[in-house]
Ligand binder design. Structure first.
Ligand SMILES: Cc1cc2nc3c(=O)[nH]c(=O)nc-3n(C[C@H](O)[C@H](O)[C@H](O)COP(=O)(O)O)c2cc1C
Length: 203
């Protein structure tokens, strides 16, 4: 079975308009194949992040990653919420994402989080091309992560990320998570967020 075949076909986006295949196939699994993610794979993922657009080309994104079995992996795991720990242990690689808060002139870089998001978007599409799934997590104690990794002042941990090849066994999840893993994916309609000519959302 090739890598693409391991992407669960029933998870593919039920899109309203034609979509690029890598975007259509992407989803956030909580199980992963046993196939190891290699250092070379990680280099390709970071290369995709590296070539993202950023405000003034400041490239404010930063990443800490670790392979399962290494001390860094356990350190990242210990910063995750209990909910995320329950399934993220299935991932062969864990990562923290961070951004540099200030511009070279020392002003607050209001767009740094936007740029980090763009770099993660690039990485996610590259990963999809490689048959690798990226599951982002807000459920991380970022203050603890900053302490554990001795992150210097001026940098802000944003999310944790679980990385692994698509695949794996549903039995590696609790009954509740198995249900979520198989649930139909949903999205808001375009008209709820894409406004032509005027702001159309009332609070
Ligand atoms: C910034 C961000 C934070 C997220 N945090 C978590 C998390 O803490 N735990 C989790 O299980 N999923 C998390 N997710 C995954 C989302 O729940 C998921 O992307 C969303 O439900 C849409 O599903 P899909 O990615 O499969 O299309 C996060 C996603 C993003 C982009």
């Amino acid at each position: 079975m090739n890598e693409i075949e391991q992407i669960a076909l029933d998870k593919i986006a039920n899109n309203d308009h034609e979509l690029y295949a890598l975007i259509k196939q992407r989803y956030s699994p909580r199980i992963f194949d046993q196939k190891p993610v290699t250092e070379d794979d990680m280099k390709k993922l970071f290369e995709a992040a590296r070539w993202a657009a950023s405000c003034y080309n400041w490239q404010p994104w930063r990443f800490i990653y670790a392979f399962k079995g290494n001390e860094g992996y356990d350190k990242i795991m210990n910063t995750l919420s209990d909910f995320n720990q329950e399934w993220a242990k299935n991932a062969p690689v864990l990562m923290l994402t961070a951004y540099k808060e200030k511009t070279p002139e020392g002003e607050e870089n209001f767009h740094a989080l936007h740029d980090l998001g763009l770099s993660m978007g690039n990485m996610t599409v590259q990963a999809q091309y490689m048959g690798i799934a990226i599951h982002h997590m807000a459920g991380v104690d970022w203050k603890k992560a900053q302490e554990v990794f001795d992150v210097p002042k001026g940098y802000h941990i944003s999310t944790a990320v679980a990385i692994g090849y698509y695949g794996g066994e549903l039995e590696n999840l609790s009954d509740e998570l198995q249900e979520q893993e198989q649930a139909e994916r949903e999205r808001k309609p375009q008209k709820s967020f894409a406004f032509e000519n005027e702001w159309k959302e009332k609070d």
